[in-house]
Ligand binder design. Structure first.
Ligand code: RIB
Length: 309
């Protein structure tokens, strides 16, 4: 097992409906299936890391309602540590409204973070020691930004490696970027953060230059079918994605990020860690759902073994 990872992020209940095509604005269409399950970028990434074999602790916040039971039940079934699952008496557990097209496996998502949008100074203080003793902290943008800033400051002061998956896309202030070790946007998030349209190796390299200039050490831009662009400022590479039959692409980025930090925690290099993350992401899209679709270590190793053959 690698060094300890903390994922500080959202849990929300995913309410997912499967339809033939995605609806147009103002259009009502008939769906085929519906499922309710554990979701939220933070939670999904922690589950991906946990199933990939990492020593990971999730910090998130639930309400005190029926939807919170969905999360608690899932973590207990998985055997995950629930010590840092915070509760809010006032705000409800968040939800995500998701539609997945059965034709394209693409999705549309609206997230309502609920309790995760109300992480207080006291909440963060209650996790200070956990953050300070971590080797890596993984963050996203589904918790309130003032809490995120406080977490980053604590981690940075303690010399913890900070990985930021800037999803959903929100502009990140320069003083925050300067504390980030690795940033992992997809191509549209990279565009929102840098103003550069990422459509090729050259444009990805340009967008990466924006982050490097702000002090970020590693830039990893996931570019869908094109693969993953990565640079550590000395070496840049576009690593190919792994072709699989996709059933549901929801949570693919979460799977990738969970895999990436797992590999980092085991001492793998940036480019090795991306290969590992790619396998986790590829396996996750072959199943429906988000957290429940995350692959186990044995499946990941099998896929990597087959690629290396
Ligand atoms: O990245 C996928 C996740 O984004 C879903 O699980 C949904 O909860 C949203 O937060």
């Amino acid at each position: 097992m690698g060094k300890p990872i903390v994922v500080f992020g959202s849990f929300v209940v995913d309410l997912t409906g499967w339809t033939e095509d995605l609806p147009q604005p103002g259009q009502t269409i008939l769906g085929k299936n519906f499922k309710m399950g554990a979701g939220g970028k933070g939670s999904n990434q922690a589950v991906a890391a946990y199933r990939a074999g990492a020593d990971v602790t999730l910090v998130t916040k639930l309400g005190c309602d029926m939807l919170a039971d969905v999360g608690m039940h899932f973590y207990e079934q998985e055997g995950m540590n629930t010590e840092f699952i915070l509760r809010d008496k006032k705000f409800e557990t968040g939800v995500a409204l998701i539609i997945v097209s059965q034709k394209s496996a693409q999705n549309e998502i609206a997230v309502i973070p609920g309790a995760c949008g109300h992480i207080t100074v006291e909440d963060v203080e209650s996790c200070r020691k956990l953050i300070e003793t971590a080797s890596i902290i993984l963050l996203q943008h589904e918790i309130n930004l003032d809490a995120q800033r406080m977490i980053i400051d604590i981690a940075h002061r303690a010399g913890v490696r900070i990985v930021l998956n800037p999803a959903p896309a929100v502009k990140v202030p320069d003083d925050i970027l300067s504390k980030i070790d690795t940033v992992t946007p997809n191509e549209t998030e990279a565009q929102t953060l840098t103003g550069i349209e990422v459509i090729s190796y050259e444009t990805a390299e340009k967008a990466a230059g924006f982050f490097l200039n702000k002090g970020v050490k590693n830039v990893v831009i996931t570019m869908g079918k094109m693969g993953v662009f990565a640079t550590d400022g000395r070496k840049s590479e576009l690593l190919p994605g792994i072709e699989v039959e996709a059933v549901d692409t929801t949570g693919a980025g979460d799977a990738f990020n969970g895999g990436l930090v797992t590999a980092f925690s085991e001492g793998k290099s940036l480019f090795e860690a991306i290969r590992f993350g790619n396998a986790v992401g590829a396996l996750a899209v072959t199943k429906a759902g988000t957290a429940p679709a995350m692959p186990y270590r044995s499946e990941i190793e099998k896929m990597i073994g087959e690629i290396l053959k």
